[in-house]
Design a protein around this ligand. Structure first.
Ligand SMILES: Cc1ncc(COP(=O)(O)O)c(C=O)c1O
Length: 397
């Protein structure tokens, strides 16, 4: 019989009753170090007192009023995002896929309203992941995710990442913009080269296209800067954010320059829940922490320490790991055996991690991890790798 909860996920047989910082406590009494963080979402860890106080305080005041009225919490969050990014204006929604849908709408509308209604196509990249709505499935382009869902939504073209010749060849008079993750997450923590990003910006300027960054996973401090594109010094025209923005509370955002945003006039785009007082209270609490002096430096210090510790694990277990990838606290460890086996062994060792494409183990810990958390994670991963190695060696005999 089908379960009441639709079976769309391969869930581990684990449930949690409480969390604290980077730790999760399961209903069966076990304690896990959470280096999944809700897939790069619980940026402040679990039960962060400041975030909890902001959410409970706001819930006790007013949760939702609709966008028929001013929402001061949203105005404040938007102003702070604008003050700390390339953007001039922000639209709030509820998820990453929805933010990306809005980003594509913003690009198309800006082209249409500035005299180019024929420019509707978006150039995307092989290996991308932009979400599961019908539109974003087509932007993602992965045949597995599209299976059984009918025709692809039109308007998305795909080329290989880091190949500027392919990009230039694919640009047509109907191209409206280029959309990419500065570091592809789902397909295995694959970074766009800095030079490639610079050349994409130049091509957009040359052909009158808009550059859109999907920073749903890479943004909000995950790579050690507020947004990953800052490392490359390349500025988009529009960007999506979600995941870490609410620290676990659902909220997404489209951030755009005035040139793009000014065409999203009243009535052109909207959502019931987007930017409600509760979600924006969460977003403001997250920003309080991320923007505090020294916080992102601390993220970079932790990332450097964790990187060193993980490099030692990779070096000591060549039968299990072949490579470390990523930036900041968005880390990939390419596995030799099937990544699912390594993930299961890590779980047995009390460490929660995520998988990604290209046989990569993905580590996306809370941004607030301590040095002790990093040491503990490396020790647990070492324990997992020891178990996997003995299975691999046994199988070889
Ligand atoms: C880069 C990127 N874009 C978009 C999404 C979709 O976000 P959501 O699941 O909130 O719709 C994800 C989710 O993993 C993502 O990693």
């Amino acid at each position: 019989m089908i379960p009441a909860l639709m079976p769309t996920y391969n869930r581990a047989d684990l449930a949690f009753e409480r969390g604290e910082g980077a730790w999760l406590y399961a209903t069966d009494g076990r304690r896990f170090l959470d280096f999944a963080a809700g897939i790069a979402t619980c940026s402040l860890g679990h039960a962060n007192p400041h975030l909890v106080a902001a959410i409970t305080g706001q819930a006790a005041q007013v949760m939702h009023v609709s966008n028929l009225f001013r929402v001061p919490q949203a105005e404040r969050l938007a102003e702070r995002l604008v003050a700390n990014s390339f953007a001039d204006s922000v639209f709030f929604c509820n998820s990453g896929a929805e933010a990306n849908e809005g980003m594509v709408k913003a690009i198309r509308r800006a082209q249409a309203k500035s005299g180019h209604p024929e420019r509707t196509r978006i150039l995307c990249f092989d290996g991308a992941f932009h979400g599961r709505t019908l539109g974003m499935l087509s932007a993602t382009g992965n045949a597995t995710y599209l299976d059984g869902f009918g025709e692809r939504a039109p308007g998305f073209d795909h080329v290989p990442l880091n190949n500027m010749n392919a990009v230039r060849d694919a640009i047509t008079p109907e191209t409206a913009g280029i959309m990419l993750e500065p570091i592809q997450g789902e397909s295995g923590i694959r970074a766009a080269d800095r030079r490639f990003l610079t050349e994409l910006r130049a091509a957009c300027d040359e052909f009158g296209l808009f550059l859109g960054f999907d920073e749903v996973q890479t943004g909000m401090g995950r790579t050690g800067r507020l947004f990953a594109h800052e490392w490359a010094g390349v500025t988009p025209d529009v960007m999506s954010s979600a995941k870490g923005l609410g620290g676990g509370f659902p909220i997404g955002a489209i951030l755009a320059t005035e040139e793009v945003a000014r065409h999203l006039v009243a009535g052109s785009h909207g959502t019931t829940f987007g930017g409600n007082p509760l979600a924006c209270a969460a977003g403001n609490a997250v920003l309080d922490v991320l923007l505090a002096p020294g916080f992102l430096d601390q993220v970079n210090d932790r990332a450097a320490l964790l990187g060193r510790l993980l490099d030692d694990v990779v070096r000591d277990f060549p039968e299990v790991f072949s490579e470390r990838r990523g930036m900041g606290l968005l880390i990939g460890l390419r596995c030799v055996p099937k990544v699912g086996e390594v993930q299961a062994a890590a779980r047995d060792a009390g460490l929660l991690v995520v998988t990604a494409g290209d046989n990569v183990l993905r580590l996306t810990p809370p941004l607030v991890i301590t040095e002790a958390d990093c040491e503990e994670a490396a020790a647990r991963l070492r324990q997992a790798a020891t178990a996997v190695r003995s299975t691999v060696l046994e199988a070889a005999q």
